[in-house]
Design a protein around this ligand. Structure first.
Ligand code: ATR
Length: 272
């Protein structure tokens, strides 16, 4: 029987997840169907339960339901508990719901495996301290970077994130204008500044020779952050399309036990 999955969000018509998972299913020969569901703003849980009753095996969860999904899950993976947000639900045979968050590990694998930029032993700068930054913190620290510095416009929020990492690795906090005295191998933009079309101005000297600038946001053209990074000496720039496909691949792995290749799917999306 064909197994059913879906992504739930509001809005949802723009979602690339059905396309991505259909491509994964073809690539790995899995018998499954994956739909997009518009979740009512006041009816997330009812919508999930309905999909479960219809025989659904799992769901991806996107804006604005990731925190509600976190609250709904009966069990959480450690990375979901740390992120306090869930983007993947797995419906277990006993009727319980497992909540996972694959955003961080999807990004880490994209950077490390697809782009070939090691994180272990490198100096990493994370820009932003909102939900997107929080979601990738633990998977980044698991790679054991030489140091991880969080820079945010509002320093208190960066300090809050640092406190969450107690015992997990060396985490520093800096203001944007304090950067520049230290150069980084990897700079990740987890702010929503690109969404408003703004570039983040970092001091000269933030990018070490060979540095990768990685934006979690993606688009048809290089984002303002990527453009600025290239001007300021980043050797390589990448947008977050690889992270989008990467997090999907990790969800697919959780559900199906196979990890699909992301590169051909990223290439397919770029062409569209
Ligand atoms: P998300 O869930 O996408 O992370 P969020 O939780 O609202 O969204 O966080 C947005 C992040 O982008 C925050 O770190 C925010 O900085 P503040 O904590 O100071 O608000 C950051 N951000 C948004 N616009 C920015 C801008 N123009 N310049 C710098 N940082 C910006």
């Amino acid at each position: 029987m064909t197994d059913r999955y879906a992504v739930i969000g509001n809005p949802i018509s723009h979602s690339k997840s059905p396309l991505i998972h259909a491509a994964f299913a073809r690539q790995t020969g899995q018998d499954m169907r994956y739909d997009a569901i518009l979740g009512p703003l006041d009816g997330f849980e009812a919508c999930v339960r309905q999909f479960m009753r219809e025989g659904g095996k799992g769901m991806n969860v996107t804006v604005p339901f990731k925190i509600q999904a976190f609250e709904l899950a009966d069990r959480l993976t450690e990375r979901a508990r740390h992120a306090q947000a869930v983007n993947t639900l797995k419906f277990e045979a006993d009727g319980s719901i497992l909540g996972d968050n694959t955003d961080g590990v999807g990004m880490v694998r994209d950077i490390r495996d697809r782009l070939g930029a090691p994180i272990a032993g490198r100096r990493v700068l994370l820009l932003g301290a909102g939900g997107a930054a929080r979601g990738v913190l633990l998977p980044l620290l698991d790679e054991q970077p030489a140091c991880l510095v969080i820079a945010n416009r509002t320093p208190e929020k960066a300090l809050e994130l640092k406190a969450l990492c107690e015992g997990r690795g060396e985490v520093g906090v800096a203001r944007f204008d304090e950067l520049g005295s230290q150069a980084f191998d990897l700079v990740i933009n987890a702010t929503s500044a690109s969404l408003g079309g703004e570039g983040l101005s970092l001091p000269a000297g933030t990018y070490d020779a060979g540095a990768l600038a990685y934006d979690m946001v993606y688009g048809d053209r290089p984002t303002p952050f990527m453009q600025r990074a290239a001007e300021q000496g980043a050797a390589r720039v990448a947008d977050g399309l690889g992270m989008l496909v990467g997090q999907a691949a990790e969800s697919f792995h959780l559900w199906r036990g196979v990890r699909p290749e992301t590169e051909p799917v990223i290439a397919m999306l770029r062409k569209r």
